[in-house]
Design a protein around this ligand. Structure first.
Ligand SMILES: Cc1cc2nc3c(=O)[nH]c(=O)nc-3n(C[C@H](O)[C@H](O)[C@H](O)COP(=O)(O)O)c2cc1C
Length: 261
């Protein structure tokens, strides 16, 4: 009898402990959600500033927010027409969420989906640095599949809409030391000054296998591939071509070149 009582008690205590723990875990998840959202937002702002060549390493959260608010102007773009849109608030619109919603995105068919993203949002957000109303830098969000993961990043282009200011990723799951070398400052530095389009206006930027021959006429468009990570390099090349091409920000770039966005 005494034994049965102790089994029931043991189970009761175990269930109670589980209940109390689950309440703590659920409570912590709910309570920490706003902090997580804010940190993600801050990280994105830090990344946009860094790729645009603004700010410095180790800036405080307050300094990042202040510099971002002062220098970066976010605009929503209709990707199909390449026109700026007021249909959504640029500060709160989430293109990645839109890309998952069939009402706000389009499925991409095989050969069109060179970045392997499956769906493309109809509206996206771009970021601009302006001086006296003139475009200094345009920062475009890019994403696409590497070897193991979808890489998310930004490319910053000068006001000439051709010269790269910076390129980098804020999120990916490629292997450290191999595909993860996309984060290597030395590789990232190779991008500054490269030009995206050739004299005919065709997209010419590319990541090649091996090292760029500085004597080559194409050198201005080419960047060294990552050693031992050809598959990630190919993925990065593909995602750049997708987002800078007709299905990505091509229409916006064409409009901006004509002064008509
Ligand atoms: C555990 C492991 C992780 C790897 N991670 C990557 C990676 O993140 N990106 C990549 O392109 N290749 C990665 N590779 C190597 C690829 O399988 C492939 O060999 C490589 O991309 C070929 O590049 P290379 O022609 O420059 O040698 C990995 C291989 C192994 C065994």
């Amino acid at each position: 009898m005494a034994k049965q009582e102790s089994t029931v008690r043991t189970l009761t205590v175990a269930v109670l402990v589980c209940l109390v723990c689950s309440v703590f875990v659920a409570g912590a998840a709910v309570a920490l959600k706003p902090t997580q959202v804010e940190n993600r937002q801050l990280d994105k702002q830090r990344s946009i500033l860094a790729i645009a060549g603004l700010g410095e390493e180790g800036m405080s959260a307050a300094a990042i927010k202040a510099l971002y608010a002062e220098r970066i102007k976010a605009r929503v773009v209709d990707l199909q027409t390449g026109a700026f849109s007021d249909a959504e608030d640029a500060a709160s619109f989430d293109p990645l969420k839109a890309a998952k919603d069939p009402a706000l995105s389009d499925a991409l068919a095989g050969p069109q989906d060179i970045a392997s993203i499956k769906r493309r949002e109809r509206l996206s957000t771009v970021y601009m640095v302006e001086t006296d109303g003139q475009l200094d830098t345009l920062i475009l969000p890019v994403r696409g599949y590497g070897l193991w993961s979808t890489l998310h990043g930004f490319i910053a282009i000068k006001g000439d809409l051709n010269t790269v200011v910076g390129f980098g990723f804020y999120q990916h799951g490629e292997t450290p030391g191999l595909g993860g070398e996309v984060d290597n400052p030395k590789w990232k530095a190779l991008w500054a000054g490269k030009t995206l389009f050739d004299e005919q206006g065709l997209l010419a930027v590319e990541i090649i296998k091996g090292s760029v021959d500085p004597q080559s006429a194409k050198a201005t468009h080419q960047v060294d591939g990552l050693a031992g990570a050809t598959l990630t390099s190919k993925g990065v090349n593909n995602l750049l071509h997708f987002w800078l091409g007709e299905s990505g920000f091509g229409p916006l770039l064409a409009n901006l070149k004509k002064g008509e966005a």
